[in-house]
Design a protein around this ligand. Sequence first.
Ligand SMILES: *Cc1c(COP(=O)(O)O)cnc(C)c1O
Length: 391
Amino acid sequence: MEINRLIEGTLALSREIFGSDFIPLHRPVFEGNERQYLINCIDSNFVSSVGVKVTEFEEKVAKFTGAKYAVATVNGTAALHVAIELAGVKPGDEIISQAVTFIATCNAISYAGAEPLFVDVDVDTMGLSPVALKRFLEENAEKRTSGTFNKTSGKKISACIPMHTFGFPCRIAEIAEICADWDIALIEDAAESLGSYVGSCHTGTFASMATLSFNGNKVITTGGGGMIITNDSELAKRAKYITTTAKVPHPYEFVHDQIGYNYRMPNLNAALGCAQMERLEEFLTIKTQLADQWDAFFSKRGADFVKAIEGNKANHWLNTIILDSREDRDKFLKITNDNDIMTRPIWTLMSKLPMFKDCQTDGLENSIWLEDRVVNIPSSIPDGALKKLSN
Ligand SMILES: *Cc1c(COP(=O)(O)O)cnc(C)c1O
């Protein structure tokens, strides 16, 4: 693959698809009932933490994902924080996760007083590797009656949080089996994978809890927002309770019986979410078409355009290529961004950040390999594409 020609072609195709202005990596689209629902919300006076749109939004996402329950939160990080607490993680515990993730995953682990352990990802999914997970546990952990413990640190490994990177599902069914064998709670960070499936099952439905994000750059947005989805009615009830200050229901008295959080999604944000959910299927259709277009372009040039593994379906949140080297990656990023076409490298590995640099890892061979090569390319819904689709 000749990098200069690949870059030139990417610039040209980006302009062809997205036009001559600055091209963002992923912009939100508000072409449905967003304005109307927001106005209704303001007119009703219910703009804050009480209102019918929150419940409606929760029901819509639950129905779409096939989860029985959904609890909306202020953002995805808050959803993760609460899910970690509800999974029974205690301060001083350890949680297995990926070094290939957005900082939110590790921040939430830290808020709960726990520490991450970084296990390698698979190169094809860029998500937690079940083979690496199994090996890590066999080499480093021991099962006792009270759970699984890290033989080196002596700490309890109480949870595992894999992440579906850029919307490509990881091998979550295999991971779930391993976690069950080792008696480790599983939480899916599905922040990036609304609309992604493993077989016919939506990502986020393989664990006792999963979390979503509706930040401005995600597949759908509520401005800022997140959600916990679960099939467990008790967990759903407790999630709602501690995200709404743990207030004991009463017509007028203020009684709270544990430390709770003010993590509930405001009605205004949920109103936006309801309108976005109405368009989600169309967003996904267009994003698939866009991914196919990029795929045809890169495949023809022998470049590695990432796709979901056999049997899975990606939401194509962020289109992703894997270049040959760090040098190629740097060149690609520099020239595209200099040309007002936004491209981004994958995150700096969590294990390299000052807060997490001393956390135990398994060597992270694939993670390091990917960090040197992965680039995200423009992935927005192109102007006019929604109108064209509905005509
Ligand atoms: C977006 C995201 C989150 C949640 O982020 P918020 O901005 O708090 O909604 C969590 N994990 C990953 C991997 C994400 O990409």
